[in-house]
Design a protein around this ligand. Structure first.
Ligand SMILES: C[S@@+](CC[C@H](N)C(=O)[O-])C[C@H]1O[C@@H](n2cnc3c(N)ncnc32)[C@H](O)[C@@H]1O
Length: 471
């Protein structure tokens, strides 16, 4: 119902301003459903760099600190991490209905999602062998909600359901917890406390360790900004009394105001935010599992199982072992080694060394990070085996996507499931493209770098992108 959508937006903006937020008259909250982007914030006049777009009092942030629940039942939060704490607070505030000060805010937050948590098995199957399927975590979330959150809510039933004769079932509460958890994943910010002592770098990032410690909060209006990879033109700043959204560059009338959700591969964008755009393609990655690396090297028959285990243990103590290694999108300016994670190269080179050589140079192996011709040959086998885990070819994906796009062009309508399937095909096509490019580069790399005089020329290893997470 279009009217409902608009009246809820208007009620939300009126509510926000009644709580001492200030909003520039050069911006508006708009209906972007024709772009399949829900609501978004758009410039209604030209905006200058550094201009204030809006400011939100810290007291209006939906957070543990600001909710009455933390005063009524403080002990409830003792064992909960920032994510679970905010889920409980959001469930509490939502159940208060009109008695919650955040009611007009809940009215514009989503009740349905396209994030992977809500996909059917058939829809997920379209992702084929993408490693993102292992990261959805639905079973773990269900277990946590059933075993921790629901009992906590029941223990505090008088607070959560005051005066109610009928209480929600366990299933209702788990469903609500998923809804709030998914909202947090796509909408919440890590709120820098007034005296944080945790410095963001000049790009607005803090390291993951620091980020973990920050409490989460829902920041009204700041979370109405969409994102499209590097098109971000605004950023949230944490001041003592208020959080301010400012323009990072001049924004012209009619342009959308974008936040930055981080340099996410499209698989993760789909998992966390439920959409993909082509602009995220440069951040795509394919994950190679430790298991696959070990299987391929074992099959070569040059090293036995117990040596592999010993070496993995040695490398694990030095931080080289993880369950998966990324290969990223190559460009004409990068060598194949630069798109492989340095740890993957160290792992492969370590497992390929003859026993005597391993014993002699294992101390230096972490700092070498050089891809040898032998390593490239083995990596080519690994990459081929990884590509074989997907059940269609790059060309088949391309034609499936083109056909679907043509159909959309003709009908202009796409059901929820069709949209999910096309997004999945785009993700798996992107991953296969990376594998294809890596195969081509590794094929030419091996014979070329086998020549001893060339050995250190182009084969030096470059560190991969330092993954950071947006504040
Ligand atoms: C922080 S919210 C932004 C506000 C949201 N559009 C709304 O109407 O509530 C993030 C969600 O917005 C949508 N979104 C953000 N950027 C988008 C884009 N470039 N294209 C399509 N949808 C987008 C996705 O559904 C995402 O999970």
């Amino acid at each position: 119902m279009a009217d409902d959508f608009h009246s809820k937006s208007e009620a939300f903006m009126a509510w926000l301003n009644s709580y001492s937020a200030t909003t520039s008259n050069k911006i508006a909250l708009r209906d972007l459903r024709r772009k399949d982007a829900g609501r978004g914030v758009v410039a209604t006049s030209d905006i200058e760099e550094d201009e204030l777009l809006f400011s939100i009092p810290r007291t209006s942030v939906l957070s543990v600190e600001n909710s009455q629940l933390s005063k009524k039942a403080p002990s409830l939060f003792i064992e909960l991490d920032p994510w679970l704490s905010l889920i409980v607070v959001m469930i509490y505030e939502y159940l208060q209905g009109p008695n919650s000060i955040w009611k007009p805010y809940f009215d514009i937050l989503p009740t349905e999602f396209d994030t992977l948590m809500f996909w059917t098995e058939e829809e997920l199957a379209e992702l084929h062998a993408s490693a993102v399927r292992e990261k959805i975590g639905k079973k773990d979330a269900d277990k946590t909600f059933e075993e921790i959150l629901v009992p906590l809510i029941r223990q505090n039933a008088d607070t959560f359901f005051p005066g109610a004769n009928v209480h929600p079932t366990d299933l209702d509460l788990v469903t609500l917890a998923h809804r709030m958890g998914s909202t947090i994943m796509a909408y919440a910010f890590d709120i820098e406390p007034v005296e944080s002592g945790k410095e963001a770098d000049e790009d607005g990032y803090v390291s993951e360790d620091e980020e973990e410690a920050l409490p989460k909060g829902m920041v009204p209006l700041a979370d109405m900004l969409n994102a499209d990879a590097d098109w971000n033109n605004a950023r949230l700043f944490y001041e003592d009394e208020v959080l301010t959204m400012k323009a990072l560059k001049p924004i012209m009338t009619g342009e959308e105001i974008f936040n930055d959700y981080g340099p996410l591969p499209r698989s993760d964008l789909l998992r966390r935010y439920g959409y993909v755009t082509d602009n995220y393609t440069p951040y795509d990655v394919v994950e190679i599992s430790l298991e696959l690396v070990c299987d391929i090297i074992k099959n070569e028959g040059k090293i036995d199982e117990s040596s592999i285990e010993n070496r993995i243990e040695y490398l694990d103590e030095r931080g080289v072992v993880t369950s998966g290694y990324d290969i990223s999108v190559p460009s004409i300016h990068t060598s194949v080694a630069s798109v492989l994670s340095p740890e993957l190269i160290i792992l492969v080179e370590s497992l390929l060394l003859p026993e005597a050589e391993w014993a002699r140079c294992k101390k230096n192996i972490i700092s070498t990070e050089t891809l040898s011709p032998n390593g490239a040959e083995t990596l080519l086998k690994i990459v081929k085996a990884r590509a074989a885990q997907y059940s269609t070819t790059l060309a088949e994906d391309f034609s499936e996507i083109s056909n679907l796009r043509n159909q959309i062009g003709e009908s202009h309508r796409l059901s929820g499931s069709e949209k999910r399937r096309i997004m999945a095909k785009e993700v798996r096509h992107g991953e296969k493209h990376i594998l294809d490019e890596a195969m081509k580069a590794l094929t030419v790399f091996s014979p070329f770098t086998k020549r001893p005089e060339k050995r250190n020329d182009g084969a030096a290893l470059y560190t991969g992108p330092n993954k950071k997470t947006r504040v």
